[in-house]
Design a protein around this ligand. Structure first.
Ligand code: A2R
Length: 313
């Protein structure tokens, strides 16, 4: 008999077919409020959970799965998984680091360029006839040669820095520990925000980074500063950011993540100094394919009693 696997949020069809050849797959609906009720009939048999960084595996769900051995997550962020319970019960948690570094870094730079150079606005300017009616669009902000502060200098932060260097930017960074990089380290995030032109955030979500980009950090970035977030919405004091953007106390923001996805603060929707994207940091065919393969291969490795390819817990 095939072992039972609970799929919290589906992978691409080809990966789901691969899983179905090995496991009896029980899929949960998108509506989180139905998860417990739908999982209950099979809960006693489930040894494997397949999920995504967005859906995660909350404590209430994990609790009703007494035989659970592994949670294989698509995404590098595991902040939506109850890691404390996993540790306590000896449940393995795997993620998909590294394969998405390029895409997330590409998006960070794209959002910075789009925001500074008013590119989303430019597109609207041409399409809705403002170019013909009003003439040239107001001038934007230069990116090349500027000073970039990166919050987080891990796998993705380093790739962002490499790309920024190709734009002749100088790099500063904030982390808790000094990293092995040739850039200036700032233990004080507010001081760094005051010194740089742009701030890109790429730290994990979760309690340790909640509200790290606080009102004082945003104010320190100042009225010419541009803020980019490709990490997690929880890392930012979102109401403070919205206030600062509306009042022009920072110049603009490129945002791929939000505190309550897929809900975006309504005040942001009408702002021309903001570029919004729907959490698509790793959202290319190639990278999502590589991530899905890693999820499946971790599950296969566990089933075969082999070492896991990636492991958080
Ligand atoms: O603080 P350190 O020395 O552990 O450096 C890590 C930094 N970091 C923090 N920086 C400031 N305050 C904190 N409370 C804090 N917590 C962590 O974030 C390190 O430089 C970086 C994380 O690097 P990695 O673990 O290699 O993560 P990766 O693959 O770059 O992905 C970052 C996040 C994911 O967790 C997803 O949420 C998102 O990007 O896609």
């Amino acid at each position: 008999m095939k072992p039972d696997l609970l799929s919290v949020e589906a992978l691409r069809p080809q990966s789901m077919e691969e899983l179905a050849q090995i496991f009896t797959v029980h899929s949960l609906p998108m509506d989180k409020s139905l998860w417990i009720e739908r999982a209950k009939p099979v809960a006693d048999r489930v040894r494997f959970v397949q999920t995504t960084g967005f859906a995660g595996c909350p404590g209430e769900l994990m609790t009703i799965l007494p035989k659970l051995e592994i949670v294989s997550c698509m995404g590098v962020g595991v902040d939506a998984i109850d890691l404390a319970q996993a540790r306590k019960r000896g449940i393995a948690v795997t993620n998909t680091p590294d394969v998405l570094n390029d895409d997330v870094a590409d998006l960070a730079i794209a959002l910075l360029l789009m925001t500074a150079r008013h590119l989303a606005l430019s597109d609207r300017y041409v399409r809705d006839g403002r170019w013909k009616k009003l003439g040239n669009q107001p001038l934007a902000t230069k990116v090349s040669g500027k000073r970039l502060g990166i919050v987080g200098m891990g796998r993705i932060g380093k790739v962002i820095a490499r790309r920024a260097q190709a734009f002749d930017m100088s790099i500063d960074y904030h982390t808790r520990n000094k990293a092995d990089v040739p850039f200036r380290h700032w233990p004080d995030l507010v001081a760094m925000a005051r010194a740089v032109d742009f701030l890109i955030v790429i730290v994990p979500g979760g309690p340790a980074t909640k509200g790290l980009i606080s009102a004082p950090v945003i104010e320190a970035l100042g009225p010419k500063g541009i803020f980019v977030n490709v990490s997690r919405g929880s890392v930012v004091d979102e109401p403070a950011l919205v206030d600062a953007l509306v009042a022009g106390r920072i110049a603009g923001a490129g945002l791929d993540v939000f505190a309550d996805e897929p809900n975006v603060p309504p005040a942001l929707l009408g702002l021309d100094n903001v570029v919004l994207s729907p959490h698509v940091g790793s959202g290319t065919q190639e990278t999502r394919g590589a991530m899905a393969d890693l999820v499946v291969n971790n599950l296969k490795a566990h089933l075969a009693g082999k070492p896991l390819l990636t492991r958080v817990v």
